[in-house]
Ligand binder design. Sequence first.
Ligand SMILES: Nc1nc2c(ncn2[C@@H]2O[C@H](COP(=O)(O)OP(=O)(O)OP(=O)(O)O)[C@@H](O)[C@H]2O)c(=O)[nH]1
Ligand SMILES: [Mg+2]
Length: 314
Amino acid sequence: MSDTENGKTSWWRRLSSGLKRTSSQIGTALTDLISKRKLDRAMLEEIEDVLLRADLGTEVAARIAAAVGEGRYDKMIAASDVKEIVAAEVEKVLAPVARPLTIDTAHKPFVVLVVGVNGSGKTTTIGKLSARFAAEGRSVMMAAGDTFRAAAIEQLKVWGDRTNTPVIAGAQGSDSAGLAFNALTAAKEQGRDVLLIDTAGRLQNRAELMSELEKVVRVIKKVDVSAPHAVLLVLDATVGQNALSQVEAFTKTAGVTGLVMTKLDGTARGGILVAIAEKHKLPVHFVGVGEGVDDLAPFTARDFAKAIAGTEAA
Ligand SMILES: Nc1nc2c(ncn2[C@@H]2O[C@H](COP(=O)(O)OP(=O)(O)OP(=O)(O)O)[C@@H](O)[C@H]2O)c(=O)[nH]1
Ligand SMILES: [Mg+2]
């Protein structure tokens, strides 16, 4: 087996075991429902409820229930058939949003601003991205835009050492928009290919913190009016429903262009990504499946759908 196959196997194992809570919740509930009687309207409603509890969202849950109902009324059905339908319908929703993060080399640097709530995995994702871009032969710079905490600046510097990437940092408590301005100016002068800008975690309902983020974007534009070229919202897969309002608020404030979902290796509630894809159609670029530098994988609709539906053994 080649290294790539090994890598693929291990990330699939982590993804499917991370989503096990969701897939076994769906699987167990379906088996309980289905084994006892023939399919009728009430059973379809119960199936829909199971899917809603897995965070798939009302539209997708209704669509799956309708697909299950087609031609199967008054018949005994198998849980495995329903799971196949779940996987197929979820894949249909996710396929259009599974899009790679493309670095447009016309922009030098290509500016990536990373935003999200506290602890979602922003800094770790930036570290992983810098390793990935460097491996692609790009010259990368990172900006420690989380100026609130000294530890946040240190954490990014550790990733800088680990990935051999320079980090522009200011003093703790300094203005993060000013830091972003300086970093972009430096990256431009040095002809860097990519600038990754970290930001402090902020809850989406904290108006003053959100307007600070707005200011970061505004100030970046003073150096390059086309920047930031990508605004990545990092979502923690263990969170569930709250992710929807994070998408709405950060999109409004910072113009999110794509999503990264982290912590899919833990006890994830990844179903919410399906509801987000259905509603917002934002590209999903990567998933995080661990804390290590290589634990970032491009998002693939089929794998994710199968892991949620539990149609393939880990
Ligand atoms: N298991 C797992 N842990 C992760 C993943 N991504 C990040 N983490 C961990 O989650 C914790 C928070 O990650 P950070 O990168 O510091 O998150 P952040 O969004 O920068 O946090 P703040 O700056 O405090 O808002 C750390 O312990 C990371 O190692 C992932 O994909 N899987
Ligand atoms: Mg951070």
